[in-house]
Each structure stands twice: as C-alpha cells, then as structure tokens.
Design a protein around this ligand. Structure first.
Ligand code: MFK
Length: 167
C-alpha cells in the first residue's frame, strides 16, 4: 500500500486509467473499500421509470454523533446527498450535486434502525431535481433534502480524468 493510500484511501488504480466505479469504491457514503465509510447499500426501484427511487436501511453509532445520542448534522446531509446520488444511474446519467437544501425536522437518533429514501422529481436539461428523506421504521420523517444534480458531459469528465463516456 502506498503512502497515498494510507493517508487518503486513494485506490491504487488511480495511478492507471481507473473507471468511475473503481474510483467510487472509496466513496464515503457507499464505497465498500473505505474503512471509515458508511457502507450504505441501496436498492433501486424503477417501477415508474421516469421517477426512480432508492432505499437504504441503516443504523449509526457514536462514530457519527453530533448532539449526545443523535446523528451529526453533517452526516445527515451526507446521507441525503448519497441517497439522491443513487438516482442518477437508473436515469443513466453521471451527475454530481450542485445544490442541496436540508430540513432538519427532528433529531436523528443513534442506535436505532433508520430508512433512507430518495426519489427523482424531474429534469430540466442537464439539471436533475431529486428529493430524499430519513425516516424511522415507523415512517416518521426526521430529515428531508432536495438537490439539483448536474449531468457531467464529456468535457467535464475529461477534466476530472474519468475514462467512461457518458454519452
Ligand atoms: C462522477 C460520478 C461519481 C458520483 C459520486 C456521487 C457522490 C455523491 C454526490 C456528491 O456528493 S458529488 C460531490 C459534491 N459536488 C461537487 O463537488 C460538484 C462541484 N461543482 C462543480 O463541479 C460544478 O458546479 C459543475 C461541474 C457541477 C457544474 O459547473 P458549471 O460551471 O458547468 O455550471 P454552474 O456550477 O455554473 O451551474 C450549473 C447549473 O446549476 C444551476 N443552479 C445553481 N444553483 C441552483 C439552485 N439553487 N437551484 C437550481 N439550479 C441551480 C445553475 O443555474 C446552472 O444551470 P444551467 O445548467 O441552466 O446553466
């Protein structure tokens, strides 16, 4: 393992010509190879193809504590952002968050099962409008997010060093 890996958890494959999936393996939200990540696993529902949804079940501990007994607000935003990002693949686009709003409705408890749900709302050119919620297993909404994702075109991908074409 190189010093870069030790410090940044950067995949060795970044030295070569990595695919986006390889580079995403260390994503803090969902990357299986990030030892400090959240390791979120989503299922997607494309029953309504123009409004795909994504769902993850999770439970956090004191590693992600903000107020005593509750999830840190930055982690709440991370969860919502991650859930919304999972709508891009079912829509067959590569996109990143450009703008996000978070409503912190109730404190999000540690040590309790939570449900993270997102749904695609609509699209306007390269802008994708997504929504997400953190809920209790009983359906109470604890936090809600709305975001604008921007589809990455070939020029942006090339600047970032990605190798997979988007269209
Ligand atoms: C690669 C795949 C891997 C995916 C991993 C997903 C991880 C989870 C999701 C993330 O957290 S991604 C990481 C956080 N996001 C970023 O780091 C993105 C940083 N931003 C950028 O790199 C650039 O802004 C970007 C390349 C996305 C676009 O740059 P541009 O210079 O081309 O556009 P600009 O930023 O000026 O504006 C984009 C559009 O957003 C619009 N916009 C901005 N704020 C808005 C707002 N509040 N509401 C609605 N629209 C808004 C803005 O008007 C504009 O609309 P138009 O396309 O119609 O011109």
């Amino acid at each position: 393992m190189s010093s870069q890996d030790t410090v940044r958890h950067t995949p060795l494959s970044m030295d070569g010509n990595p695919t986006i999936d390889e580079r995403a393996s260390h994503c803090f939200g969902c990357g299986p190879a990030n030892p400090q990540g959240l390791h979120l696993v989503f299922s997607t529902d494309t029953t309504v193809p123009e409004h795909p949804a994504a769902t993850a079940h999770l439970q956090l501990d004191r590693l992600h504590e903000g107020p005593p007994g509750y999830v840190h607000g930055g982690i709440v935003a991370t969860l919502l952002d991650e859930a919304m990002s999972k709508l891009n693949r079912p829509l067959d686009v590569l996109a990143v968050t450009r703008h996000m709003e978070v409503d912190y409705l109730r404190p999000v408890p540690l040590f309790q099962p939570l449900v993270l749900i997102s749904r695609h709302s609509h699209r306007d050119g390269r802008k994708l409008f997504h929504q997400a919620e953190i809920q209790t297993t009983g359906g109470a909404v604890l936090a809600r997010g709305k975001a604008v994702f921007i589809r990455l075109d070939k020029a942006i991908l090339a600047r970032a060093g990605f190798t997979q074409p988007d269209d």
